[in-house]
Each structure stands twice: as structure tokens, then as C-alpha cells.
Ligand binder design. Structure first.
Ligand code: NAD
Ligand code: DAU
Length: 336
């Protein structure tokens, strides 16, 4: 099989390419990535694949990259909710226009299979129970609204043009190579540096944590065995309040709770996410293999052992972003 994987210089896509390499060493993999602030060539270092640098909203480069491919897996995205609240156009461009360009190329080139990587955030917040694939889409942020638009375009292409596509909606991923703008790596790195940890509002929001390797196995199963036209929810095995997550990281890094600092809440903050993964479990036999206790210990150990990976990030665009967003500098950056 020849696969086009978009956005694979990011956190989840780069793990997905590793997963495919392990499961099917003979597959050919082409990566198309724009290398935004979140995309890094280093994430694919030592991994056998061809990298094309370009955007999924560029029809010409998309056709070149997709030529001869049997399947497309679309990870390419602007993935941070807070950034979407500050400026939404890149989100619209990549999630809506980019998805449309990919779908046009899939039709024109007769690509056999398309998988859209999506998120539990398209369903919005749920205080009790869990979302199924039948739940209505009710996104809260520009990030999730544009992801929902991408999903709807995929479904429309299944209905109208009879393309063979599936959608995978994952819950909050964590693990190696996640950009430090996200809660878990931010907490780990701030704890390692003795920086305060900004917790939005009361910190009692609930997320459904999924180790990145488990999500990537689910995506690959859905790509190969999912029923055409279907969406599959992929939820993590553990739900935790943000404060519990932060406390766990503080324990693992040997820091105390005095580092926790409650800050202004995210506008429109979803209180709780929860996915039912019954469909992918029953139809495709997927099961998450990594519980939160194990996954978070592995993640903290990875960040401890891979300073080379995150030091340049903390010196670059992220430092300016952090100061703008949180109204304070990263302590280590000013003391360096
Ligand atoms: P990430 O920000 O780490 O990586 C995104 C990648 O996409 C980067 O390499 C970036 O350079 C690339 N990219 C951005 N715009 C592009 C464009 N126009 N053309 C080509 N490449 C582009 O994101 P992630 O956390 O790895 O998320 C990957 C996918 O998984 C996204 O679609 C996201 O919505 C979805 N998802 C993420 C999570 C999570 O918890 N992180 C959970 C569920 C679903
Ligand atoms: O649910 C899946 C989604 O998970 C993905 O679709 C997104 O791409 C991914 O970024 C993630 O979105 P969240 O908004 O849930 O992740 P984030 O790490 O930004 O925040 C997790 C929780 O922690 C959320 O309730 C907000 C809170 N938070 C986050 C940051 C960055 C804080 O309290 N303080 C912070 O500084």
C-alpha cells in the first residue's frame, strides 16, 4: 500500500507513521506537511518516509503528493483551541479549504480510501454520559467548529460522490512529541523548570485521556477495516479532572502543589468530554492498551530524557506565544 499521510511532522501523525512502519514495513509512506510552528522534521528523524513540504490547501502540491497513492490519512491541522480563539483564519483555511482540496484530489485521482482524523470536540461538552457517533455536532470553539466543518465535508462527499471515507474522532491524546502549548507537556516542562503551572478556572474540567499509540492503532484499524462512510469514536480509558492530571505530574517530577496557579478561564471552555468507543471496540476489536498511570509516567520520562527535542521550542516562537497568552515570561527563558 502507498499511503499519503498529511500533518505527520506533528505529534500524532509522526507517531502514526512509526506505528505503520512497525505494522507494515513494506508500505510506502509519503508525508505532506506545511511545517507550521507545530510541525518539525525532527519528529520523523530516522523514520523511513518521503517528506513533501507544502499545504493541504494547495491543489497542485496535493495532486503531486497524492499521485499513485492507495489511501490518504489526514492529520494536518491547527490543533490548539486557545490559538483558534485568538485568530481563526488558519483554522478555517486548513480544516475547511484544506479538507476540500484533499477530497477533490481523492475523487480526481480515484484514491481508494480516505481517513479524516477528527476530535471529540466536534460534539461539544457533556456533563453526564458519553457521546456516540449519533450525537449531534455542537462545537464550541473556532478550532472545533472548523474540525466539524471538515467532518461534514467528508460525509457530504461520501453521500454525493460515493467516495470511500471514514472519520476517526479521538479524545485528548498525550505522549511523546506533543507541543508544550498543550496541558500535559506544559505542566511537565514548567514543573521541571520550577515555573508556575497555569490552570484555567477551577481546574475541574474533565478530559478523556488517550495514549497516542492507542489512537494511532485505532486509526490504522479504521483505515483498513472500518465500514465505508462511517465515523468511529476513539476514547481513552480514563477520565480525569485537569487538577488531578497536574497533581500527578507534580508527584512524578518531585514538585509540590505550590506551583499551581489558577488563571483566567478559557472563553467558552468545554466542561467535560466523554466518548463512547463501543462501536470501534465491537466492530473492529480495538482496545486501549495504556492506562493513564502508565502513560503519564512514560510521558514524563520521555520529556526528562529528551531535552534536545523541547529546548529549541522553549527558546523560539513558543516563548513569545507563552508571554502573550499568559501575560508572564517563561521563568527559565528570562533566567537563561
Ligand atoms: P499538531 O499540531 O501536533 O500537528 C499538526 C501538524 O499539521 C503539524 O505538523 C503541522 O505542520 C501540520 N499542518 C498544519 N497545517 C497544515 C496544512 N495546511 N497543510 C499541511 N500540514 C499542515 O497536531 P496533533 O495534536 O498531532 O493533531 C493531529 C490531528 O489529530 C489533528 O487533525 C487534530 O485535530 C486531531 N486530534 C488531536 C487530538 C489531540 O489531543 N492532540 C485529539 C483528537 C484529534
Ligand atoms: O479533545 C481532543 C482535543 O484535545 C484535540 O482535538 C485538540 O487538538 C487538543 O489540543 C486537545 O484540546 P484541549 O483544549 O482539551 O487540550 P489542552 O491541552 O489545550 O487543554 C486540556 C485541558 O487543560 C483543557 O480543559 C484546558 C486546560 N488547560 C490548558 C492549558 C493549555 C489549562 O487549564 N491550562 C493551560 O495552560
Amino acid at each position: 500500500m502507498k499511503l499519503l499521510v498529511t500533518g505527520a511532522c506533528g505529534f500524532i501523525g509522526s507517531q502514526y507513521v512509526r506505528t505503520v512502519r512497525e505494522l507494515r514495513p513494506d508500505d510506502q509512506i509519503v508525508v505532506l506537511d506545511k511545517l507550521t510552528y507545530a510541525g518539525r522534521r525532527e519528529n520523523l528523524e530516522g523514520v523511513d518516509c518521503e517528506l513533501i513540504v507544502g499545504s493541504i490547501d494547495d491543489p497542485q502540491i496535493v495532486r503531486e503528493a497524492m499521485e499513485g497513492c492507495d489511501a490518504v490519512v489526514n492529520f494536518a491541522a491547527e490543533s490548539h483551541v486557545d490559538r483558534s480563539i485568538k485568530a481563526q483564519y488558519d483554522f478555517c483555511r486548513t480544516h475547511v479549504l484544506g479538507t476540500a482540496v484533499l477530497l477533490d484530489a481523492v475523487r480526481e485521482l480515484g484514491v481508494e480510501r480516505y481517513l479524516q482524523v477528527s476530535t471529540d470536540e466536534v460534539y461539544g461538552s457533556i456533563l453526564d454520559g458519553s457521546f456516540t457517533e449519533q450525537s449531534p455536532l455542537d462545537p464550541s470553539s473556532p478550532y472545533s467548529a472548523t474540525k466539524a466543518a471538515g467532518d461534514l465535508l467528508v460525509s457530504a462527499h461520501v453521500t454525493t460522490y460515493k467516495i470511500d471515507a471514514v472519520i476517526c474522532r479521538g479524545s485528548n491524546n498525550y505522549g511523546p512529541r506533543q507541543h508544550p502549548e498543550k496541558l500535559i507537556p506544559l505542566t511537565i516542562l514548567n514543573a521541571l523548570h520550577g515555573d508556575p503551572i497555569p490552570v484555567y478556572g477551577d481546574g475541574r474540567q474533565v478530559r478523556n485521556w488517550l495514549f497516542v499509540e492507542d489512537f494511532c492503532r485505532a486509526i490504522d484499524l479504521a483505515l483498513r477495516e472500518g465500514r465505508p462512510g462511517e465515523a468511529y469514536n476513539v476514547g481513552g480509558p480514563d477520565e480525569c479532572e485537569n487538577l488531578e492530571v497536574v497533581r500527578r505530574v507534580l508527584e512524578l517530577t518531585g514538585r509540590d502543589e505550590s506551583l499551581i496557579e489558577h488563571v483566567r478561564d478559557r472563553p467558552g471552555h468545554d466542561r467535560r468530554y466523554s466518548l463512547s468507543s463501543q462501536k470501534i471496540r465491537e466492530e473492529l476489536g480495538w482496545e486501549p492498551q495504556v492506562r493513564f498511570d502508565e502513560g503519564i509516567a512514560r510521558t514524563v520520562a520521555w520529556y526528562r530524557d529528551n531535552r534536545w527535542w523541547w529546548e529549541p521550542i522553549r527558546r523560539g516562537e513558543y516563548r513569545e506565544y507563552y508571554e502573550r497568552h499568559y501575560g508572564r515570561p517563561l521563568k527559565s527563558a528570562t533566567s537563561a
